[in-house]
Write a protein that binds this ligand. Sequence first.
Ligand SMILES: NC(=O)c1ccc[n+]([C@@H]2O[C@H](COP(=O)([O-])OP(=O)(O)OC[C@H]3O[C@@H](n4cnc5c(N)ncnc54)[C@H](OP(=O)(O)O)[C@@H]3O)[C@@H](O)[C@H]2O)c1
Length: 209
Amino acid sequence: MKIGIIGAGDVGQTLAELWIQAGHTIILSSRHPETLSDVLQPLGSSAKGATVAQAAAEAEILLLAVSYWTVDEAIAHIAPHVDDKIVIDATNPLRYAEEGGTERVIGDQEIAGLVMANKLPNARIVKAFTTLWTGYLKQHAHRQSPQIAMPLAGAKADTSIVADLIQDAGFEPVDLGTLADSRPLDPPSAIWNQVLTADELRARVARTQ
Ligand SMILES: NC(=O)c1ccc[n+]([C@@H]2O[C@H](COP(=O)([O-])OP(=O)(O)OC[C@H]3O[C@@H](n4cnc5c(N)ncnc54)[C@H](OP(=O)(O)O)[C@@H]3O)[C@@H](O)[C@H]2O)c1
């Protein structure tokens, strides 16, 4: 597939590499695409840089991987180009806290996937790749059976497509249901940043319901 990645940082670069290894084509974007040559060079001819709007317009499917405090700016650029397109939302609703660490920037009762669906009502949002630190992605991709689990949530027709991309990246997809069911993908949760097999992940989610 031709995958547009919005945000060329840790998550964007890590998944670009894993998806290129699986045969996909990547359009990598940031607010400063002119600075991406060092990132693009090791990815080879299957990757190119673009503006956010160009990536959104040209790609078949998008990965949103920007810091949450800049997400509205990214959304303003992609919204005109995502009618009926799947947007994989890897963002976490976090900011750096003054006292150190991070804190949630959405209400305790809110679910990040639903917040994103409100921000981008013309897109098909699938929440995925939020729970694992990129160091774990690099360390555990394509691990021998049992593979490490990657939870996702969204509409069934869309999660089946994203599940294939999770497998291509080297993880076992675990579909948790619709966006309304996606709270475990948001921090803090019993599965957030936990390296788990699919059985372990399902058991932890079940214990919290
Ligand atoms: N790091 C992890 O292990 C991890 C794991 C799971 C989920 N996440 C989530 O994934 C998101 C990205 O995390 P990250 O660690 O990859 O961040 P990061 O390393 O700081 O990279 C963010 C990237 O997004 C670009 N960017 C920022 N604002 C943008 C905008 N409005 N439009 C387009 N590009 C923009 C930045 O480049 P410019 O400044 O040049 O635009 C940079 O390339 C966050 O929401 C984070 O919570 C992170």
